[in-house]
Design a protein around this ligand. Sequence first.
Ligand SMILES: [Zn+2]
Length: 394
Amino acid sequence: MHKILILLFTIVNLSCSIFVFYKRKRNMQAIDYSEIYVSSIQGRYVTYDHLNQFISSLSIKFKVVTIGESVRNESIKSITFGNGPKRILMWSQMHGNESTTTKAIVDLLNYLQLKKVDALEIGNACTLKIIPILNPDGARDYTRVNANKIDLNRDAHDLTQPESRILKKEYDAFDPHYCFNLHDQRTIFNVGKTDQPATVSFLAPAFDVARNNSPSRKLSMQLIAAMNSELQELIPGQVGRYDDGFNANCVGDAFQMRGTPTILFESGHYVGDYQREKTRELIFYSLLKGISTIVSNSIEEFTVEQYLSIPENGKQFVDILVCNDTTLNKDLGVKDMVPIQYKEVLKNGEIVFVPMKHVFDMTPVKIFGHKTLNLHDEEDLNWLKNNDIVKLLD
Ligand SMILES: [Zn+2]
């Protein structure tokens, strides 16, 4: 009888472990994103006007606080979830026109609201403090800078702007174990020397000019390696590593100097996705993988070498590459190409993409186009005419 009981106990225990393992796998690998996606917030233009309704619909498990005001006196909010010992601080839209990660944050909050079991596990292990839009004036104007035309990511040391001081105050009070610094990058970036767009890029910022490693920088690298392992399943070859030149006035570098593992996220281009809804999904998975790696204490499974094996970003892409335009411009040879880059312009509450002839700071050896068109092809020519590009080729 005793032996049978022990056997039964072992079987029950074993099946529980299998269930837990299965559940963890399921959480990370097979999320039904359509269930999580918050469709009321879409596109590139995102301000607190777009977020407020969603934020006020959150349950009491999410503590929403006004943490200060922007130059033009708009409230800046933070949302806190969980009460676990590992504190993660994240902020988005410190550059006002970089909204993709804000949308991913909204999806993360929705995930925590819908997936009660997973949310309990995360909330028991972590306290998340999220500042969804740090630069509300820039978000409204659709500018990188704040209302005083200052780049907040070059103000971490000098703290001349109210938004910079708010972030510093929250950082000091919250004393995070990890910081997620959330951004967008332009469509010009490719991975290494390949013709793959850098759909997501990461950086473990340096803490000194020599770009040495410190324990906190090492942890940032390992966490990026974890997120990269997840992303390679979804977008193989489309993850890049951002330039690690040191600047003490950049927020990531400043927090890394204080010993906090900080990760720069850069949402980039996915083919055809100028509204960055696909990239939003990928950033959501990255955030979840980053958090779950911290929750499950599995950061040591990932290495600095894995981080360093992510190729650095190149700047070889343009939005449109027009080839063989000798019919329109006699100065260009058959092999010449005209690079066109979209300028993002805020018009009636939406972002429109205005094509402009692109001038490279330094012309790369090879140029790639997210769309490549041949002027000798009738269909391509019609597309260029219909999209107001032919006039740029004269
Ligand atoms: Zn940015």
